[in-house]
Design a protein around this ligand. Structure first.
Ligand SMILES: [Zn+2]
Length: 287
């Protein structure tokens, strides 16, 4: 995949940090740059709209980042259900049905279950995923949130595993703030480059893979970005994830006896909880 190199925000030398606004960065490993002041890390790459459409085509969900996103539906929903259970408690049962906006709604799995408790809307860049979600009846806006002109106001904006894919996540956070009603909530999950596991793995950390991962927060830099943009952070902590053995091991072990054995047992599709402490969930309120 050919991607245009460092032209805009990420011109390597002398670039303002999008989190703290300081002009003091150094080269980090694997083509990344790190702010000396706050520790925010970004990839030295600029992505045009054409680049993004190429990256987030069908291959992204079927072979590049995920092996088979549709086959993972049950398990991904199992994980989403945990978030939903937490988020629905933010709204008293006797009030109007709250409005929820998901940034990076992919194939609509979270929206599928969240519609039990919320009026749901998604934003997604992948044409294939947008079409799939719309066919299920979801309201989906296609494109880059920072360029879309949404008129509605929401009670909650959520974003799962999306911020790390965005070149200018500060614009997304400002848009989320703008789109929220007063006292509205924002819930975000992303990767944590400041976690013990990420620091232990260094340049071999599994989450370092530009051009799909371009913004690398820690819990400290994510909190800072939220607070700088008017949010009051309620909680920020590492979260559990759920994947199937298929998703976790298939790429390397498909032809092994071990894989054939577990496949024979029929357990390749059950949800396996895993926790490296390097994925964080942040809940904030529009103060
Ligand atoms: Zn900074």
């Amino acid at each position: 995949m050919r991607i245009s190199k460092a032209t805009n925000r990420n011109t390597i030398a002398n670039q303002l940090c999008i989190v703290c606004g300081k002009l003091d960065s150094k080269k980090f490993y694997n083509g990344l740059t790190k702010c000396n002041n706050c520790g925010f890390v970004w990839a030295d790459i600029n992505l045009s709209s054409e680049d993004l459409m190429k990256i987030y085509g069908r291959d992204y969900f079927f072979g590049d980042e995920y092996i088979d996103y549709l086959a993972e539906e049950t398990i991904l929903k199992f994980g989403f259900r945990k978030f939903l259970n937490q988020l629905r408690k933010l709204f008293p049962a006797n009030t109007d049905v709250p409005k929820l906006l998901e940034i990076g709604s992919a194939y609509g799995y979270f929206l599928d279950i969240a519609k039990e408790d919320f009026y749901v809307t998604g934003i997604e860049i992948s044409s294939d995923a947008v079409e799939y979600s719309r066919n299920k009846g979801h309201e989906i806006f296609q494109g880059d949130l920072s360029k879309l002109n949404l008129q509605d106001k929401y009670d909650i904006v959520v974003s799962f595993a999306t911020l790390e894919h965005i070149v200018s996540p500060d614009k997304i956070i400002r848009q989320a703030f703008h789109l929220l009603k007063p006292n509205g909530y924002c819930y975000i999950t992303t990767i944590d480059i400041g976690s013990f596991f990420a620091r232990f793995r260094g340049n071999k950390w599994r989450m370092i893979h530009p051009p799909t991962h371009v913004s690398y927060f820690s819990s400290a830099t994510l909190k800072l970005l939220m607070e700088h943009n008017g949010f009051e952070v309620i909680e920020c902590k590492p979260i559990w994830q759920y994947r199937s053995l298929n998703a976790l091991f298939l790429p390397k072990l498909e032809n092994s006896l071990f894989y054939k054995f577990v496949n024979f047992l029929g357990v390749t599709k059950i949800p396996i909880p895993f926790y490296f402490g390097d994925i964080i969930g942040l809940l904030a309120k529009k103060a």
